[in-house]
Design a protein around this ligand. Structure first.
Ligand code: DGY
Length: 439
């Protein structure tokens, strides 16, 4: 499995970046690159560092790190770079990119490989990684600052997402209600290309996709100006998964700051503020779940999806909350635990959720990177048996169905793109990585 995983990463290497998959996603994606770098670091540290540098080179002048970067120009992927209309924006970056961001798992990955190199105490590699960390730190700091300020709609510092693609969980049932309230009155002409290489029943439905395009069109008409986007975008969500990844990333950024002798006061402020507001915003005591929040309608989103476990990854849950998440949900046969009609954990939406669809992208399939983050989170709270089970399921899915983008939880069949880079990279991490100790 190790050599097969390495082969997938080599196969998808486009020189300047590693494609998430050979045909479906031919550009550089933000959180894909972070997970890819984590896997690459196990056998080619310089290539891992080049991957991160490539992504950070595309950072916007205002601090945002975009979700898609197109260093090699257009391809048969929709939307092409020109569709975002970012060319003449004063706050955009130097490389054609999308105008959205994605969960900042990158900071955690940078911390992991900087600490690991240090622990291996290999002089040359340590210097090399230290130089890279010096380079990466101000970029990461600027991105976190942008998330906590430019995307702060209500003074909590919890960033708002303006498009489902920013969550990474494009068509999750989490967004159904918010998207239902959007009528795409005028749609620019476009042609979907995402069903050329992947079966239509594994991809988002047409009404969702139309809204994805509608929101891009709206964003570009607002010149992607953060303040105006917060005022006018009809999709404005605080997402548990995104905010948890950011909080964990803030912790990891702080660790990097200490190692580099940089000040920590600003980061401490973000950490404290998130801790102070997180439960009030997201925790639902009656259900024992973390729920997303729709800032536009000022209502919690009463949908049970995989992100509810992400506060474990961030250390944001109390031991009591963690115990409830595990007993009432993770181990619940009707929701996430294996049962007669579903053998693999963790479905990306609870099996008894109304929008659950076991093969349709983010409506139910199992994703390897979600499993990895949740396993890390479970370990953080001492639920080692559950974490081991999750990791076993991930490796079994990969062994049976290959490095696929996602998997049907009922029978483990692979779905979406094949030769998927982060499934390969996280296989390397699961098989070769030492457990990461959070800050
Ligand atoms: C896609 O094209 O489906 C991507 O998920 C957008 O980021």
């Amino acid at each position: 499995m190790i050599s097969r995983a390495q082969r997938v990463l080599r196969l998808n290497d486009a020189g300047e970046f590693i494609k998430p998959s050979p045909r479906q996603y031919p550009h550089q994606w933000n959180w894909d690159s972070a997970f890819i770098a984590l896997g690459l670091a196990h056998f080619d540290l310089p290539r891992a560092i080049a991957e991160v540098r490539g992504l950070l080179r595309a950072q916007w002048r205002d601090g945002m790190v975009p979700h898609i970067v197109y260093p090699t120009g257009p391809s048969d992927y929709f939307p092409p770079p020109a569709f975002w209309q970012t060319q003449n924006l004063p706050h955009a970056g130097p490389i054609p990119s999308s105008a959205l961001t994605q969960p900042p798992i990158l900071t955690t990955v940078v911390r992991m490989f900087s600490e690991r190199t240090h622990q291996q105490s290999n002089g040359n590699a340590t210097d090399y990684v230290l130089r890279f960390t010096h380079y990466a730190f101000p970029h990461l700091l600027a991105w976190h600052r942008w998330l906590h300020t430019a995307r702060d709609a209500d003074g909590t510092g919890l960033p708002c997402l303006i498009h489902p693609w920013e969550s990474g969980m494009d068509n999750s049932p989490l967004w159904a209600n918010a998207l239902d309230h959007i009528t795409p009155a005028i749609l620019p002409p476009f042609k979907r290309r995402d069903m050329i290489h992947v079966a239509a029943d594994e991809r988002p439905l047409a009404p969702d996709y139309e809204r994805f395009v509608y929101l891009i069109d709206l964003g570009r008409r607002l010149c992607w100006e953060p303040r105006v986007l917060l005022e006018q975008m009809p999709f404005l969500i605080q997402d548990v998964l995104f905010c948890s990844i950011l909080h964990r990333a803030d912790e990891d950024l702080r660790t990097l700051a200490v190692a580099l002798g940089e000040p920590t006061a600003e980061i401490d402020g973000w950490l404290a503020r998130t801790r102070a507001v997180f439960d009030a915003r997201f925790w639902n005591e009656a259900r024992g779940l973390y729920l997303d929040y729709d800032v536009r309608s000022q209502t919690p989103i009463d949908v049970n999806a995989c992100g509810t476990f992400a506060p474990l990854f961030a250390g944001l849950a109390s031991p009591e909350q963690a115990a409830r998440l595990v007993a009432e949900h993770f181990d619940n046969l009707a929701e996430y635990a294996p049962s007669a009609d579903s053998c693999f954990r963790l479905p990306s939406a609870a099996k008894n959720e109304r929008g659950y669809a076991p093969r349709r992208y983010w409506c139910g399939p199992v994703w390897i990177h979600i499993n990895w983050m949740i396993a890390e989170g479970l370990r953080r709270y001492g639920f080692d048996a559950q974490a081991d089970a999750l990791e076993r399921d991930s490796l079994a899915l990969i062994a049976e169905s290959g490095f696929r983008e996602y998997y049907d939880p009922r029978d483990g069949r692979g779905c979406g793109a094949d030769d998927f880079s982060w499934s390969a990279a996280l296989t390397l991490e699961m098989l070769l990585g030492s457990r990461s100790d959070p800050a």
